[in-house]
Design a protein around this ligand. Structure first.
Ligand SMILES: Nc1ncnc2c1ncn2[C@@H]1O[C@H](COP(=O)(O)OP(=O)(O)OP(=O)(O)O)[C@@H](O)[C@H]1O
Ligand SMILES: [Mg+2]
Length: 836
């Protein structure tokens, strides 16, 4: 069309030159003929070439849309054909080494017509390069949608047929054609030779003869005989392959995709560009023919997998869009781009690639790994996201050995995981990348401080006296048992104990027991012994054995080591004496050895066990020995059992006279306001809220926490920043400064200088009631679910974290001191704030 408008001056005919012509401009300027200069015309031609090129990179469904960037999901009935090529990675490798010509040919051929590649491979060397294709077909409702923003868009297709082809792939062998039930339902079984693979899938073996003849007739009628195709390569008698030059604008290709011409007519180049990655755009802008756009580049791929919560289709599509926009925003400036997006019913995946840009000095793997951690941390806080994993494993950022080596990052940032089957790589050991070491302290010094414990002076004094007595032969108590109801503050008190103990330079062993500990014999004593002996709990059996021999050589003879086999999970050779002994004698001998071990290092030590009700009986039988070791103080917390079904280990601990019992009373009412402030991370709360808290019969800290977080997440409460002067306008109650001044985790409140009074500060944070009705309803919902407090806390916490991620973290801090080993039902400093 452009060519028609432009007239070549050299071709102007004689008649045109000599005879006067009625031109449009003679009548009125409005009919003026559009004339263009040569450069303009050339520019238009090159623009059109680019549009055609860009249109080849996106599907017709997109090109045919009126507004390409409109995020308007379209649902239609369609057929999905999945051609799954295996061996492509190997093929690419081979072409890469064959030189650039090879890569060009490979790419051009793949782009032009996939069928030819199969022939090419076989012509090239039979089975040397094994490329196999598996075809699976399904049909049904499909949704096509556009996602993105800020100049970067992507399209995706979703729907049950996609899930079905994925499942069909599992029963489809190389070379097979498998139809999912949804597609098979549209076929006439009498036309095919087929095998039913399973309840959902049918493998098509061949077309029956009559059907084949019918197909042939149609082919002839349709004039799509293979002889009309352009040959893409020729093979000479020596089996050398010569590639024909492939013109992507070849009539054949354009005829096969009228949408390409359509794209030029509609001049949608600008919109098409937003769907193509930057580095490809840069190449297309050079006006190179398609075949010269091929490049082999070593890149680092980052695979982000998101498991959404159960939600409506609309919400799911919104979530994909949201994640995509943020993901692009994060990776774009670091040389990353999103290559593909998959949306399945249960998960969403994004394949991103780093290193397409040539001139990046930074190690690409390093950038990808660091970005991976940030991406995971960001996306996991999205509303509606249940789980995120970056790369190939669950909830971690992992990489293979090559990436690790190329990343220039210190080895101690990687933890070796299992071997995994990696696509195109085969079996490879994978490594988890951790950057928490670097972040801890560096990014958020807040996390190294915490609020002081409230109203537990009596308990702290009792501990203090017991610490004084450590090492005395006639000490009153060898242990302290902290008893309290669920959520009464046992773990928090043990954290406070740890700080006090450490301030006295006394060694600690801390352990939080989950119900699983009760099942496995010696599961509690094992981590305690490894800690005392300074052995890595998770090291190999061999390493453990070596360390034990080294550490215990003086107190345990070589024949005696076998007595520790079960407890220490080792395999020392069983001595003759041990085999011949009856069971009770063997146990007595084990007890004797353990006593020697406990007594051996004369360091003052406290062993703190949170939730001791989960202790296994075997561990308690051996651990009770330590009550006789005068330089060890045993401290445990126990939930007051609500029923009579007390585990044996618990009744044994209860019955032991050497242990002092400390029952946790309700938190002092004077501390309630401060507790609420700590939970909300503010300095003042409304008078109304204070009255509400005092009026509740249940003043259990966990209950207060559940109530406040529920009110916050339902919009009943809001957190505001204001000047102390402004605060006087509201009916709000301040808590004493010392109760809300964060102190280093290793320090005691009395060691820290007093903080500025509230009225002398520039800004304070307070909590206000934003909606009384919402507040009341969240209180009521809590009351009706009194027995489900734990789950309410967890739900509220999750919501809370998504709103106030950073500000609340310090509140979640205190309980982590006591729980570094097994953190299952403890509040930790992880960014989710709460581990469940
Ligand atoms: N004395 C206290 N001072 C400040 N905060 C407290 C105090 N006691 C409890 N809390 C807070 O209340 C919440 C519940 O306390 P904690 O987890 O210690 O209870 P628990 O008895 O260990 O509960 P569970 O039975 O579930 O193990 C925590 O967030 C904790 O920080
Ligand atoms: Mg606890």
């Amino acid at each position: 069309m452009q060519g028609e408008r432009w007239r070549n001056p050299s071709k102007v005919s004689y008649q045109e030159e000599n005879s006067p012509r009625w031109r449009a401009e003679f009548f009125a300027p409005v009919f003026k003929e559009i004339t263009q200069s040569l450069p303009e015309v050339m520019e238009i031609q090159s623009q059109n070439r680019r549009i055609r090129l860009l249109a080849t990179m996106v599907p017709d469904e997109l090109v045919n849309t009126a507004n390409l960037l409109k995020k308007d999901p379209r649902t239609f009935i369609g057929i999905v054909l999945l051609a799954d090529v295996s061996g492509l990675t190997m093929l690419c490798e081979m072409y890469k080494h064959a030189g650039q010509g090879g890569s060009i040919s490979l790419n051009a051929t793949l782009n032009a017509y996939f069928g030819y590649i199969v022939q090419a491979v076989y012509s090239y060397g039979g089975d040397v390069i094994k490329i196999t294709v598996r075809f699976t077909v399904s049909a049904g409702n499909l949704t096509f949608m556009v996602i993105g923003g800020n100049g970067s868009y992507h399209y995706l297709l979703a729907g049950p047929p996609l899930e079905e082809v994925k499942l069909a792939k599992k029963v489809c062998l190389p070379g097979d054609l498998v139809l999912a039930g949804s597609a098979w339902g549209h076929c006439n079984p009498s036309t095919y030779e087929y095998v039913i693979k399973d309840t959902y899938n049918v493998k098509i073996q061949s077309l029956k003869t009559s059907a084949r003849q019918a197909a042939k007739r149609t082919t002839i009628l349709g004039k799509s005989d293979s002889s009309t195709r352009t040959k893409l390569f020729t093979v000479d008698e020596n089996f050398s392959v010569y590639w024909e030059r492939i013109d992507p604008y070849d009539d054949l290709i354009i005829a096969a995709r009228p949408a390409i011409t359509e794209a030029v007519l509609r001049q949608i180049g600008k919109q098409l560009r937003t769907f193509v990655v930057e580095s490809v755009l840069r190449l297309t802008d050079t006006d190179q023919p398609l075949e010269y756009l091929t490049e082999f580049r070593q890149v680092t791929a980052m695979y982000v997998n998101v498991i959404p919560m159960k939600c409506s289709v609309q919400d799911l599509l919104r979530l994909v869009d949201d994640i995509f926009v943020h993901l692009v925003g994060m990776i774009k400036d670091r040389g990353g781009c999103v290559i593909r997006v998959w949306l399945f019913h249960k998960d969403i995946s994004f394949l991103t690639v780093f290193g397409l840009e040539k001139n990046s000095n930074e190690s690409v793997s390093k950038t990808a790994l660091q970005t991976g951690v940030e991406v995971r941390n960001l996306i996991k806080n999205f509303y509606g996201v249940q789980k995120v994993s970056v790369s190939i494993t669950t909830a971690q950022v992992t990489c293979d050995l090559t990436t690790l080596l190329r990343s220039d990052l210190p080895w101690d940032r990687f933890i070796q995981q299992d071997s995994k089957m990696l696509n195109g790589v085969g079996f490879s050991v994978i490594y988890e990348y951790i950057d928490d070491v670097a972040n801890f302290g560096k990014t958020d010094p807040e996390l190294l401080t915490g609020y002081p414990i409230l109203g537990r002076k009596v308990e702290m004094n009792i501990l203090s006296l017991s610490l004084d007595d450590i090492g005395l032969a006639n000490r009153e108590h060898a242990g302290i048992l902290v008893k309290g109801q669920s959520g009464s503050g046992k773990s928090r008190l043990l954290d406070g104990f740890v700080t006090l103990i450490k301030s006295r330079d006394i060694a600690t062993v801390t352990l939080t027991l989950t119900p699983e500990f009760a099942i496995e014999p010696y599961s509690v004593i094992y981590p305690i012994l490894t800690e005392i002996l300074d052995i890595d709990e998770y090291c190999s059996v061999e390493v453990r054995e070596q360390k034990m021999v080294k550490q215990l050589g003086n107190v345990v003879s070589l024949e005696e080591f076998c007595y520790l086999n079960e407890i220490m999970r080792v395999r020392f050779p069983i001595s003759k004496r041990c085999t011949s002994e009856p069971e009770f004698e063997r146990q007595a001998q084990t007890v004797k050895i353990l006593k020697g071990i406990f007594a051996m290092p004369k360091v003052r030590r406290c062993i703190l066990i949170d939730n001791v009700q989960n202790m296994d009986l075997e561990s308690w039988q051996l651990l009770s020995l330590i009550l006789d070791v005068k330089h060890i103080l045993f401290i445990a917390s126990i939930e007051i059992p609500l029923d009579d079904l007390v585990p044996k280990a618990v009744s044994a601990i209860y019955a032991d006279k050497r242990i002092a019992h400390l029952t946790l009373e309700r938190i002092n009412p004077q501390c309630l306001t401060a507790l609420a402030c700590q939970i909300l991370n503010v300095q003042a709360i409304p008078e109304f809220l204070e009255r509400q808290l005092h009026s509740k019969p249940n003043k259990n800290p966990s209950y207060c926490q559940a109530l406040l977080t529920a009110a916050l997440s339902h919009g009943g409460l809001q957190r505001v920043e204001m000047t102390p002067k402004k605060a006087t306008e509201y009916k709000i109650m301040f808590s004493p400064v010392h109760m809300l001044t964060k102190i280093p985790l290793c320090a005691l409140p009395e060691d820290v200088a007093p903080a500025l009074p509230w009225e002398r500060r520039l800004k304070i944070h307070a909590c206000l009631i934003s909606n009384y009705h919402q507040f009341e309803s969240s209180c009521q919902s809590l009351e009706t679910n009194a027995y489900k407090i734990d789950s309410v806390i967890q739900r509220a916490a999750r919501l809370l974290m998504s709103h106030w991620n950073i500000s609340v973290q310090p509140n979640a801090q205190p309980n982590q001191v006591c729980s570094p080993i097994k953190t299952t039902k403890v509040y930790s400093s992880s960014s989710s704030g709460y581990d469940s």
